[in-house]
Design a protein around this ligand. Sequence first.
Ligand code: TXA
Ligand code: MG
Length: 359
Amino acid sequence: MEPQIRTQIFPISIKTSDHQILENAATLIQEGRLVAFPTETVYGLGADAFNPEAVQSIFIAKDRPSTDPLIVHIESIEALRTVAINIPEMAWKLANRFWPGPLTLILEKHPKIPNAVTSGGNTVAVRVPNHQIALKFISLSGCPIAAPSANRFSKPSPTQAHHVWNDLHGRISMILDSGPTDIGLESTVLDLTQSPPCILRPGGISLEKLKFILPNVNTRTSFLTESKQKQISPGQLFKHYSPNAALLLFNGDDSRNVLAAMVAHMEQILNKQQSVGAMLVEEHLAFFHNLQQKGALIENLGSIEHIDIIAKNLFGCIRNLDSKNVDIILMHMLHDNELGLAINDRLVRASNDILWIDS
Ligand code: TXA
Ligand code: MG
């Protein structure tokens, strides 16, 4: 990171796709600079994946430990051969089904990929993003683009360009702003170097969808087991995506009991003169009207019938509450099916505690 570099931010539209702006972004990449760009999942912070110094500057800009490897973004399935070797048949099959899209494959790395990208490991994470701006940007850059999510380390991933601006202005050269991202959660990370293949991070492609093609797919642990472990020993898990506020998760078999416990907890917090917020699905808003009158801040995630909308709103809602400096945020955990698994995974990582409310 150069001390206080000037960050340019440009609105860019898929329709016109503003060629000159993209040309300038690609030139910056060729010069070893950092450009934040939209994908269908979250905004990425891109550098030339073949340029070790440029890749290293990503870690500095984000304050990210260099032990956490990056995803390499390519423009087409065929380009996979430029970044990975000994590619198994299953990789082509998954790529043909899910690319461009929110599935990241872990494969044996090509010798041309520098250690800075893979944190010294011999595997590489790769995906083709499903976003016209991202694809044009990669193509014009003429190289694969190494990119983590464009947030400061341990902040929620950015789903809008102003999230990137808030975290990284003065540290990166350019932000391409094409509005809110479509999915709002990061890609699913699938390790094909293990047998059977293993999901390291649930994300935009659900476990259910993957199982159609990979019936024997493993998960790193049961993600739910992880949340149960956390009840027993809070604080032992690696804290990630943390808001400034403390995040308390509520779960239980009977939603009415869970909601009643949340309301009681929020009243206690307000009585202690602390500020409190809740992220709620639309169907639960009515339970919290009185608390809102008393000053509790409520973020509407959208209807429980539309888990994709909830996914899209999640990180923005956390950032909204954080920007209002609430002390404590509460949320009812969701069911673990479809995108719910990835949402719960992010919530558990961000949380300080999980309260199980017995029926
Ligand atoms: O949707 C996404 O995946 C976004 C957009 C920008 O593409 N990117 C993203 O990158 O979320 P990041 O760096 O925030 O998360 C990448 C994840 C990390 O959990 C990292 O540990 C894992 O992928 N990863 C990267 N390379 C790996 C490797 N060689 N082996 C295992 N895990 C790897
Ligand atoms: Mg990230």
